[in-house]
Design a protein around this ligand. Sequence first.
Ligand code: SF4
Length: 546
Amino acid sequence: MPMTYSGHAAYLAVKSLPKFSFKSFSDKGVTVKVAISYPPIVNDRGQKAMVSQNRNVQFFKTPTYLLPVVHGQAATWLKNLGFEVIWDDGNAQLKSYDQWYQNLVAMTPDVVVFESTTPVMNFYWRTTAALKKDLPGTIFIMTGYHSMRRPEETLEEAPFDIVLRSNHVDFVLSKLIPVIAANADWRQSCDIEGLVIRDANGKFRSTGHFRQVEPLERSPIIDRDLVQWRNYAYENGNYLQTPGTYATSVVRDCMFGKCTFCRYNGPDLTFSMLPVEKSLDEYERLINDYGVKEIFDDSGVWYRGKEAREFAEGIIKRGLHKKGCYFGFNTRFEYLDKDTIELLAKANFRFVLIGLEAADEETLVKLNKGYQLQHVERSLKWMSDAGLHPHLTIMVGYYWQTREQLRQTVDFVKSLMFRGLARTMQVTLCTPLDFTPYHQECISKDVLLTKNYDDFDMSKLIVKTPIPHSEYYDAVKELYGIAFHPRFLLRQAQYLLTFRRRDWQFLFTYGIRAIRRVRNHIFNLTSADAGPKQATLHPPTGNSLT
Ligand code: SF4
């Protein structure tokens, strides 16, 4: 059944757009002012949405500020090309929505670039409809996985000028902005791949799929000063030490790219890798020039095999493993062997995030996770024996998940945590998003309980399930309850006997933050238990798009 969308108010705003202005920036001898913008999005519980970095949006009272890596590279690239770039992250800059809005209008940017995902689409459509009235000459560009897969929808719902059909925002913007700057008739003439453009008559024109043919290293390493990196250096639940930061990702998209619920899955995605030496240079600068104490690479899946070993050897050769900085990355079970894990530990790697997702074979096959349960314990044992801190991600509430499957997952995770095979974990409600295969499946099987995008915020289940939703919420609470279980606490105390600095930090520094996060999750679920309360996103007034 096709999804229908609402958004009449914004649509009316599109219809009544002022005539497009055809100024050519180069003719006027001025540079283009580009704002890469993240508005503060706050719901009526006072929780902020974490949107950037193509993460699943979640609302938290105590937020984590994630540096948007690819957009950071785009900003750096545009600055290097001589454009004026405004790094406008209202969340990380601790602005209220009104402050952010007024500041942006006052800066009168020529171009505004947004990044978005399913649960905040309505918000962005509303916000852009309002902004277009205050900034009629500004070009609004939407990026992100949702709009990239449904570009026409966003152009219909709000007065955007361009929607990117590529997640290689840096590559596309580095070509697009010079074309806009040099050509007054860019709406008609621009033929850069990967765009849907609103033309001078208000019609939509696609320039075809973007194919990444250039090597990833053409995109610059992030300019830390431009993105005000310190705004992201402290409020991040995964850092054991601060200031921490995200590295420029060494892998674009994912070398596996098949998990059905994941954005890094689809014909529109590619896989490319940064040379080891280039990434090592960045680490060296971050440690020596910026005093960074923890670096996380948020590539879908980090280096494996030869590159992983070369990277660890490079860290050791440059003496960076003795500078008191921890390193971390995302990986998959079975991607790193015992020797590589030991080498990484020697190079002072610590935090390793791995997607377990579930503990029953049927679910793993349906999700196309591509690993077998029998290898999980062995992988985790190698990591924990080497002193790494494995962090598991788990989801519950798949539309097929039975009571037995749910119990199997809960029991398996508890057993791993009690035995010290994983240090930390996070549990989320599996939510179909951004037209991933899982999302498409939910639509075609007619299991979605809502079509309102605001409901896709992961605070409640929105699919039909074989057992009551409350049982999944209880499972999440039970899993987070592990943090307070005497067996888990005893295990942490035992780690202290290893006299490893990181284990002491883990218990005394990280423990407090972890408990704060657990409370956040449980608070959200308690609200979900109370019934499907509609979260209102600020600005709440004006036009409800539902
Ligand atoms: S391995 Fe991870 S990043 Fe890659 S497709 Fe699966 S979930 Fe996505």
